[in-house]
Ligand binder design. Structure first.
Ligand code: 5GP
Length: 205
């Protein structure tokens, strides 16, 4: 009903390719939406950059942010904290721009509670064998972590029912196109547009 931006949440099981799809989405300059950089306590992987891939923080700093109510959502995932700093999201939405989050499913459900008019997109694998080879193929995790990620992933797929849209990640480009189309269509929903017209009608009367 307002001129606030949309909060778009891309989530889905571990290893489904959320990061790859999100990077492909933001590789283009046609985006009207802003990526919210997450905070994490996990170690930086090779090639990752502070303030680009994540804000890398200590456990103590992260817990302080939670305690001060400065996180929109947060979750512990495979032994580390991940979360969305609140200020950037609030400030960006207030300027009328859309904000895009790429987060795991527990965090997404917290956002759903706090921001029910957000757009919740579930990225899903074409099949589970494919999911396992992606997690293994990434080559950055130990066998124990791979097993844990896989177990988490299977239980996460069952959470699809809580989302507005499901996008199958069989090809990154087509997943990206579908996400863009979803966002475009969401902007045309009458409940998002009508408030502006009610205001205009009041003004001309
Ligand atoms: P990775 O360690 O592979 O970068 O990320 C592990 C998982 O954490 C992925 O599923 C990713 O989507 C999720 N993640 C990244 N940022 C956030 C965040 O801010 N909040 C939550 N809840 N999950 C996140």
């Amino acid at each position: 009903m307002s001129d606030k931006g949309l909060l778009i949440v891309l989530s889905g099981p571990s290893g489904v390719g959320k990061g790859t799809v999100r990077k492909a989405l933001f590789a283009s300059d046609h985006n009207e939406f802003q990526y919210s950089i997450s905070m994490t306590t996990r170690n930086k992987r090779e090639g990752e950059v502070e303030g680009v891939d994540y804000f890398f923080r200590s456990k103590e700093e992260f817990e302080q942010m939670i305690e001060n109510g400065r996180m929109l959502e947060h979750a512990q995932y495979v032994g580390n904290y991940y979360g969305t700093p609140l200020d950037y999201v609030e400030e960006t939405l207030a300027t009328g721009k859309d904000v895009f989050l790429e987060i795991e499913v527990k965090g997404a459900m917290q956002v759903r509670e706090k921001v029910p008019d957000g757009v919740f997109i579930f990225l899903t694998p074409p099949d589970l064998g494919e999911l396992k080879s992606r997690i293994v193929g990434r080559g950055t995790d130990s066998p124990a972590v791979i097993d844990e990620r896989m177990n988490v992933a299977v239980s996460e797929i069952e959470m699809m029912a809580s989302y507005d849209y499901a996008v199958v990640n069989d090809h990154v480009d087509s997943a990206v196109d579908q996400i863009r189309e979803i966002i475009r269509a969401e902007h045309c929903r009458v409940d998002r547009v009508i408030g502006k017209y009610i205001k205009m009608i009041k003004e001309i009367n």
